[in-house]
Design a protein around this ligand. Structure first.
Ligand SMILES: [Fe+2]
Ligand SMILES: [Fe+2]
Length: 661
């Protein structure tokens, strides 16, 4: 039915166009001689056109893309071919501007014949029209209202431009939403950490993802990043429809992507056309990825190969640079340097355009340049890509098809770690193994002037967006593992109801904020959506936000725009604490023989910092700080051994062991 409407609609637009010419030309002789019949004909045509415009509306309501300090792109998809109208105005002002879109038929989003015949009985909707407008000449880090009118539909929301310089920001990152309509009623396998037994998770994948996004929205982030595997099958249009159903909404207060730019990295599932289509084969995989590229818009990576635009990119956002890579494929295909045994990309015979990521590749060379720039210009550098390089899950095995091997492995991406280390990447966000695991790699950051500093990179698998909730492989040890939900957040049950712990859908919330004039911190909080149940009738009652006990706090010194990591070690320092052992609180004293940046922290026996007590620029002298025996989140630390450490810019690190009773 819709197909007929579309065809008539484009004809009617033309009729309306002619009608306007005829009626709006004041001295037109044709108009003077117009007889009644013709008038009636045109009036009917106008009526017909208007009724068809009224039937036009959003297929996907408007959403934000490609944020910049002075610009923002707004995209939407419509049922019909009529232009849409975007109005915007700075929050609190009346000066409204209006832009008109030029719709383009999004042929890449056509339902594959298989979907059309098998699932729509041959009547799948026509592809939608793509609308894209870039608003320019905006003011940095400012709020704007906007409104889009498309046919009979109107959408109103707000957006915030990017900050130009170091400003407090919050962003969220998760992976592996893997949407598909079939997620409703599908419960992920949720292996029992104690027995390894396979169980169904407590809520289905649709509810898991929906709650996760609702929680993200409620925390008012500036940006959302997805570490790949957005959809289950990149080539099935219904899976993308489902993704946008979750991320946008006609109701502006329900639309995450309508108020926050959602950016993504490509995952293997986004390159996968589908089980019933061409899978990873070409050109099926390219057809799949072209759906992704139709939806997203990023800063240019300057690639000379047009098809590689949008697959990897860098975004400077206030105090942070995000470098988003495509590590779904590398050449030679099927080698131990490759992540996907079956995907053919650039440099593979009959390959598509999945870019190589290995040393010396075009993407690698570009990455080195943006890493160097980020080291000089940003307080924090974050890298996002799909395949977690350090994992105790099934994708933590090396490449291969045999036992103890994996054909979709993240291990080859480890070749990038030395470069990340050299340029001081702070954290790497990936998914793919869907387990929530954090790994730490320790090395040396090298600054352009040759100065070397000890540095730690935190590698995250944040792939619990809305699909799998996997457990580790029994035979596989990840020597870099610092936290694994499966092992480090034990479940507690009472009368068949989960009271705490366990693996859940979630995301990493990252806050970047200043501590003082020159010291900035990034607080990485692992948030999860904990489902709640009534004790009386075991009915699901909702969810609440909880944090895993693995908050990571990073600090960077910003002095006259020259950013360095917090330095270590001089001997001009004395540290003492009393009482020790202590029960409820203890006083920590230190003496600085010279002015210095200082960071005073408490670590647990595993070396994880659980509390920052003092930080900032201090003059020479005596200082004293009290520790109330609590962690950052306010919980009381359990009895045991802890370390107090003090570090100064000039290089000294001193630690003391203390005992909490
Ligand atoms: Fe996945
Ligand atoms: Fe994946």
């Amino acid at each position: 039915m819709r197909k007929i409407i579309f065809n008539s609609f484009s004809i009617s637009c033309k009729s309306q166009f002619y009608f306007c010419i005829f009626t709006h030309t004041g001295n037109c002789s044709f108009r003077r001689n117009l007889n009644m019949k013709v008038r009636v004909f045109f009036i009917l045509t106008l009526f017909f056109s208007c009724s068809l415009i009224a039937q036009d509306g959003f297929r996907i309501p408007p959403y934000l893309q490609n944020p910049a300090p002075e610009a923002m792109s707004i995209l939407w998809f419509s049922e019909g071919s009529s232009p849409g109208y975007l109005s915007f105005w700075k929050n609190g002002t009346q000066a409204k501007n209006t832009l008109t879109s030029s719709p383009v038929l999004a042929g890449t989003l056509a339902y594959p014949l298989w979907e059309d015949t098998t699932l729509f009985g041959g009547s799948a909707p026509f592809p939608p029209y793509r609308h894209r407008l870039r608003i320019e000449d905006l003011e940095p880090f400012s709020n704007y209202d906007y409104m889009v009118v498309q046919g009979a539909d109107t959408f109103r929301s707000v957006f915030r431009t990017s900050p130009l310089r170091d400003t407090s920001i919050r962003f969220m990152v998760y992976g592996d939403s893997e949407t598909e309509p079939e997620s409703s009623g599908k419960y992920s396998n949720w292996p029992d950490p104690l027995t390894g037994e396979s169980r169904d998770y407590l809520v289905d994948q649709t509810m898991g993802y929906r709650n996760n996004l609702e929680l993200i929205r409620s925390r008012d982030p500036d940006l959302v990043l997805i570490a790949g595997d957005l959809v289950q099958h990149g080539g099935e249009q219904r899976h993308w429809d489902e993704f946008w159903r979750h991320n946008t909404s006609a109701e502006s207060d329900q639309s995450l992507a309508g108020m926050v730019p959602v950016l993504a990295a490509l995952g293997n599932h986004d390159y996968y056309e589908g089980r019933y289509l061409d899978g990873y084969k070409q050109p099926g995989s390219e057809r799949a990825v072209n759906r992704y590229l139709t939806y997203f818009e990023y800063p240019s990576n300057g690639s000379s190969v047009e098809e590689q635009e949008g697959r990897y990119y860098a975004l400077k956002y206030g105090p942070a640079t995000f470098i988003v890579l495509d590590v779904c494929n590398n050449s030679p295909d099927g080698s131990d340097e490759d992540t996907n045994f079956y995907l053919l990309g650039e440099n593979d015979p009959e390959g598509g355009h999945a870019p190589d990521f290995g040393i010396g590749s075009t993407q690698f060379t570009w990455m080195e340049e943006v890493l160097a720039e980020a080291q000089g210009n940003s307080l924090f550098t974050f890298v996002v890509f799909h395949y977690a390089p350090y994992s105790s899950g099934p994708h933590g095995y090396p490449q291969g098809l045999g036992t103890g091997e994996d054909y979709l492995t993240g291990v080859p991406v480890r070749q990038l770690t030395p470069v990340f280390m050299q340029y001081g990447v702070d954290a790497v966000f990936s998914g793919h193994d869907e387990m929530w695991e954090r790994s730490e790699v320790i090395g040396v950051e090298t600054w352009p002037e040759g100065k070397e500093e000890s540095h730690t990179i935190h590698f995250f698998d944040v792939g619990t967006g809305g699909d799998g909730l996997r457990g580790p492989e029994a035979e596989l040890v990840n020597p870099y593992q610092a936290f694994l939900v499966h092992a480090d957040a034990p479940e507690t049950w009472e009368e068949g109801i989960l009271l705490g712990g366990g693996k859940h859908y979630g995301h990493l919330e990252v806050d970047i904020l200043p501590l003082n004039d020159s010291l900035w911190q990034a607080i990485l909080s692992p948030a999860y959506v904990f489902p709640l149940w009534s004790k009386e009738d075991s009915a699901y009652t909702g969810y609440e936000r909880r944090l895993y006990n693995d908050r990571v706090m990073l600090q960077r010194v910003s002095v006259d725009s020259v950013h360095t990591s917090v330095g270590k070690l001089t001997d001009a320092l004395h540290l003492n604490n009393f009482p020790n052992p202590f029960h409820t609180s203890t006083t920590i004293e230190y003496h600085l023989k010279e002015p210095s940046m200082v960071r005073l922290s408490i670590s647990d026996p595993a070396g994880r910092i659980i509390r920052y007590l003092d930080a900032g620029k201090k003059s020479q002298g005596d200082y004293s700080v009290e520790w109330d025996g609590r962690g950052e989140e306010g919980y009381e630390a359990s009895p045991g051994f802890y370390m107090i450490s003090i570090e100064t810019t000039s290089g000294k690190k001193q630690s003391l062991r203390l005992i909490k009773q």
